[in-house]
Design a protein. Structure first.
Lengths: 114, 183
């Protein structure tokens, strides 16, 4: 009987699910930020609903809601994927597409298109 | 020599938290590069501490910016106010030569900046979870490095915009501190 873990046990590779969940959730949170930014800029009525802290204005709702979506998504994906390996390539592809879209949606000339 | 409370907080936000966060990227990239080359097990403790500090700096920067300084920046002047220097957003929008600093750079900065703390928090969590084992998963490691680059880009845009906006329309006001008497 071995009292201490062997080197092979210490070297056991962790499932990639945790990383995939963290990356996809970060991209979804970033996308939420971009969508809320555009929506708040396009509609004065919607912008008023985004005022969760009056001194900061609609930016408060954009940031608080986007962070809530990010953390909630992260918790849900982590719960489902952390203990297993997932198909990383399609998840990373989707993540970087979402991230690219979120970068575009926070760029003022693109915001002004809507 | 004197400085106002708002100027002091703005300096802390930009040159304290924000600049330190940007400076920390070189160290983070170096450490992550070492991982890429295959660092030894047990050598991840330093980067864990380093990434936690970076994460704290990122959050302190965006939270102080959005919830302390931005309200001062977007303050509304009483009707009939001729001198708009205490109202940076209105001051910038009042001049054709400076309106772009608000309508383009401030609009960009106030949103893109948030991608930095989101990214660096994710990177820190992934490194805490995997440690040196991340070097075994090339796709995951490269994705994390790409997020480091995105976080740097977001922080650099926000930092540049903030510095330039504060040059044209500095956030001022509040309690006056006398730093050096007679100097």
């Amino acid at each position: 009987m071995t009292l201490h873990p062997t080197s092979s046990e210490l070297d056991r590779t962790l499932p990639n699910g945790f990383g995939a969940a963290a990356i996809l959730a970060a991209s979804i949170g970033s996308l939420a930020l971009g969508i809320l930014t555009v929506a708040g800029d396009a509609s004065k009525a919607f912008a008023r609903h985004l005022i969760l802290y009056r001194p900061t204005g609609p930016l408060s709702g954009v940031t608080i809601i986007a962070i809530a979506i990010w953390l909630l998504t992260w918790a849900l994906l982590s719960h489902r994927w952390s203990a297993r390996n997932v198909a990383l390539r399609p998840i990373l592809t989707v993540s970087f597409i979402l991230l690219a879209v979120s970068l575009l949606l926070t760029f003022p000339p693109v915001i002004d298109l809507f | 020599m004197e400085i106002t409370l708002r100027s002091l907080v703005t300096i802390l936000h930009g040159m304290g938290f924000g600049a330190l966060f940007l400076l920390a990227f070189s160290g983070a990239m170096f450490e992550l590069g070492r991982t890429e080359q295959g660092s030894a097990p047990g050598s991840t403790r330093h980067i864990h501490i380093y990434l936690v500090v970076m994460t704290l700096l990122a959050w302190l920067t965006v939270l102080s910016g959005a919830y302390i300084i931005y309200p001062w920046y977007r303050a509304v002047a009483p009707p009939g106010t001729a001198d708009l220097s205490a109202y940076p957003q209105l001051f910038l929008k009042a001049h054709p030569n400076t309106i772009g600093w608000h309508s383009f750079f401030m609009e960009w900065k106030e949103h893109i900046a948030w991608l930095a703390p989101i990214s660096i928090t994710m990177i820190t969590a992934v490194y805490f979870h995997y440690g040196y084992q991340i070097r075994r998963n090339l796709a995951l490691r490269r994705a994390v490095l790409a997020f480091v680059a995105i976080a740097f880009f977001a922080a650099a845009v926000a930092g540049f915009a903030g510095a330039m906006i504060n040059k044209y329309a500095p956030v001022q006001g509040g309690h006056l501190f006398h730093v050096l008497h007679g100097a």
